[in-house]
Write a new protein. Sequence first.
Length: 453
Amino acid sequence: MNTIAAISTPNALGGIAVIRISGDNAINVADKVFRSVSGKKAADMAGYTCAYGTAYDGGERLDDCILTVFRAPHSYTGEDTAEISCHGGLYVTKRILRTLLKNGAETAQAGEFTKRAFINGKLDLTQAEAVMDIISAKGQRELKMAENLREGAAFKKAKEVSGMLIKALADLAAWADYPEEDIPEVDPDTLLKELRASYNMLNQLVMNYDSGRILREGVATAIVGRPNVGKSTLFNCLSGCERSIVTDIAGTTRDVVEETVKLGDVVLRLSDTAGIRDTDDVIEEIGVGIAQKKIDESELVIAVFDGSCPLTEDDLILINKIKNKKCIAVVNKSDVEITLENKIINQYFKQIVYLSAKENTGVEQLTAAVEDEFRLNEINFDTTVAANERQKSCIDSALECIQNAISALENGEFLDAVTVLIDEAEQYLLELTGEKVTDAVVDEVFSRFCVGK
Ligand code: GDP
Ligand code: MG
C-alpha cells in the first residue's frame, strides 16, 4: 500500500507529539528525514526498536526525536510503520510532517491507519469501531464497554452464532441435496432448538443497547416547573456555573439554556426552560411553547416544585403535561420549611428528591435517582453490547431473520424457506463483522475517526 503519514497526537501544545508513517515505503521515508546519533539507518533497525536522533529537512535541522520502527505484520496497521516522537509544538510537528510528505509520504485520511488495520485483518469492523469509542469514552463504564468490544467480544459472539447458523445450513443443504444418500432427515425440533439458542445469544448484544447509548451520548433532559420554583438555580447548581439567570421575578428564563453535566455515571444534556404557566406576555409565551417542545423531545424530565409553598394550579398543569414522560420530581428549597403537600407529589411520581439547589444539598440523591431511572446499577457492563446504530441494525436484522425462520419451522413451512432465512441472517452477521461489507459502509465507519488514528 502507498505510504501515509499524520500527526497522531492532538493539534495542541504538549510535551511530546507523535507522527506516524505507515505503508510499504514507511521505513525509507523515515530514513530520508531522520538521522540517528549512532548512524544506524532505520532500514537496518529491527521491529519494536527505537533510535535517538534528529529530524532534518534536507540540510536544515528540525528537532531532536526518537524513531520507533515496527515491521509488518507486527504493527498497528499490519504494515511497516515508523513513529517519530518529537517535541509537541504546533509548528515543529507540522514541519516534520510536511518534510515527510515532501519525501514520499501522502497525507493520511481520518481513521486511515485503523482502516488499514481492518483491511489487513488486524481487527474486525466492531473492534475498529471500538478504537474510536475508547478514545471518546468519558467514564469508567463507557471505557469498559469499549474495551470489551476492542478485545473482540462482539466479534466472537457473532462468530459463535454464525457457526451455529452455518452448521444448520450445512445440515439442511446435505439433506436437500443428497436425498438418496443415507443422511438423516433434518429434525425440525433440533433445528428449532438451535435457532432459539442462536437468537438468545445474539439478542444479548442488543438487550442493553439503550443503556450503552445513554452512557455514550447522554440523556436529553429538560428541567421544567412553574416560574420561581428554582429551575435555573438547580441548572446552575448541576452545571457548576452561573449559566442561567436567577431572579425572583417570575418569567425570567424565556429562552432555553443548555449544558452537558455528568451525574454519577450518567451524562445529562440539560436544558433549563421557561417556567410553564398561563401568561399574557407574548415573549414569555414563546418561551413556554419552547419548554413544551423540550419536554416532548427529552428522554428525562426533572420536574421542579417549590417545597416552601403549597402546590398551585400551574404545578398541576405541569404534572398533566409530563405524565407520560420518564420523570423525577425535585422538591426544591429544602433549606426552608417544607409546606408542600407531598401526598399529591407521591401520587404522581415514583422518584422524588428533596434538595436545596441554592445550598447545593441533596444532589447525591438526585444522582442516585437518575442512575436508578436508567437502571444503570443493574447492568453488568462487562457484558458486550452493540456499540452503535450500525452494529445494532445488523444484529436486529439478523434477529428478525432468525425469528422468521423459527416461525416458519413452527408453522411447518418448507425447509427451503427456512434455509433462505438462515442464510440471510448469516449475511447480516458478516456485515456486522465487516467480512462482507460495502466500501460505502467501511468509508462511513472510518470517516467518524480522527486524523492520525
Ligand atoms: P426558576 O424561575 O424556576 O428558574 O427559578 P430561579 O432559579 O430563578 O429561582 C427563583 C427564586 O428562588 C430565586 O430568588 C432563588 O434564589 C430562589 N431559590 C432557588 N432555589 C432555592 C433553594 O433551594 N432554596 C431557597 N431558599 N431559595 C431558592
Ligand atoms: Mg429560570
